[in-house]
Design a protein around this ligand. Sequence first.
Ligand code: NDP
Ligand code: GDR
Length: 326
Amino acid sequence: MPSALITGITGQDGLYLAELLLSKGYDVHGLVRGQNNPKGWLVEQHLPDVKLHYGDLTDMSSLMRALRESDPDEVYNLGAVSFVAYSWENAQLTTDVTAKGVLNLLEALRLHAGDRPEHVRFYQASSSEMFGKVQETPQHERTLLWPRSPYGVSKVFGHHMTINYRESYGMHASSGILFNHESPRRGPEFVTRKISQAVARIHLGLQEDVVLGNLDAERDWGFAGDYVEAMWLMLQQPAADDYVVATGETHSIRDFLDIAFAHVGVDDWGPYVRQDPRFMRPAEVDTLIGDASKAREVLGWKPKVSFPDLVAMMVEADLDAIRQGW
Ligand code: NDP
Ligand code: GDR
C-alpha cells in the first residue's frame, strides 16, 4: 500500500487530495498544526482513515518526526499562509511558513531519505500569484515571475527551492503552478466563496448586501477537485518537473457576480454589491490566464468542471448549508 503525507490537510485542497488518495488505496497521513486545532477534528470526523501528526512547517523537528512516523512514498506540501491580502499584514509570518517552511520540509525530507534522495516523491504547491505583474499572456512554465505580494514572493522562493533540491540532490521534487481553484470548501475569506455565501444569504433574506474590493480583477478559476488529480499525476511521472494547471479561460469578479446572482434569479446585482477601499490591495494582480498544454500533453490532465458549473455548484452548496442549518 503506498503512503502519503499531506501538509495543509485541513485546507480546501488537503481534504480533496486526501479523499482522492484514500480512493486509490493509499495510507494517508496529514500534518495538523496547533495544540487544539478544531479543523483537525473535522478531518478526523470526515476521514477517519487518515492518520494525523501534530507539527508545523516552521518547526523542523516536528517535520522530521512526522516523516519518521509516516514513512511516506509521497509528500504533498499544501500547507501555507495562503490568503494574499493577509500576507501584507503578516509578511514575516508568511515568509516563515510559505517560504522557509518549504525549505524546512525539503531539508527534513532530504535527511529522512538519506542515501536514496529520489526515493520519496515531493509536490510543492506553487501558485499563479508568482506571475503577479504578468509579462506574457497566457502564462506558462517559463514565463518570467514578477510577484506582487509577500505571499507571491514567498511562493517564488518555495518554487525555486524545490527546483534547486531536484537539481542539487536528484530528488523527485515537482512543482505545480496552480491557478485559482475553488469549491464549496473554499475558505470564506476568498472572493468566490465570499460571493457564493452572500448570494445564498441575500436570496434567503439573511443579508442585505456584500462589500467587495476590486471588481475588475480577472482570474483563471477552476474546480479544486479537478486540480488535486493533477497533483497526484505529477508524482506518478518517471521524472519530476514543473507544470501549470489552469483552465485557459479568464473571468472578472463581475462575471462571477453575474452568474452567481443569476443562479438565484437576480439579473441586476448592482443594488446588492458595494465596494470599499478596505478590500483593495496595496498591489493588485490584474489578470491571470494559464496555458496548461504541458499538463495536458504529459499528464493527460484537463479540467472537467466549467466556470458556470463551478459558480452554480458553490451557490447551491451554500444554499443547502443554510437551509440545513450548518
Ligand atoms: P487553505 O488556506 O485552504 O489551506 C492552507 C493549509 O495550510 C491549512 O491546512 C492550514 O492549516 C495550513 N497551514 C497554515 N499555516 C501552517 C503552518 N505554519 N504549518 C503547517 N500548516 C499550516 O489553502 P488551499 O487548500 O486553497 O491551498 C493549498 C495550497 O495550494 C496552499 O499552499 C496555497 O498557497 C496553494 N495554492 C492554492 C491555490 C488555490 O487557488 N486554492 C492556487 C495555487 C496555490 P490550518 O487549517 O490549521 O490553518
Ligand atoms: P487570490 O484570491 O488573491 O487570487 O489568491 P482571492 O479570492 O482572495 O482574490 C481574487 C481577486 O478578487 C479580488 N477581490 C477580492 N478578494 C477578496 N478576497 N475579498 C474581496 O472582498 C475582494 N474583492 C475583490 C482580489 O483583489 C483579487 O484580485 C488565491 C489564493 O488561493 C492563493 O493562495 C492562490 O495562490 C491564488 O489564488 C492562485
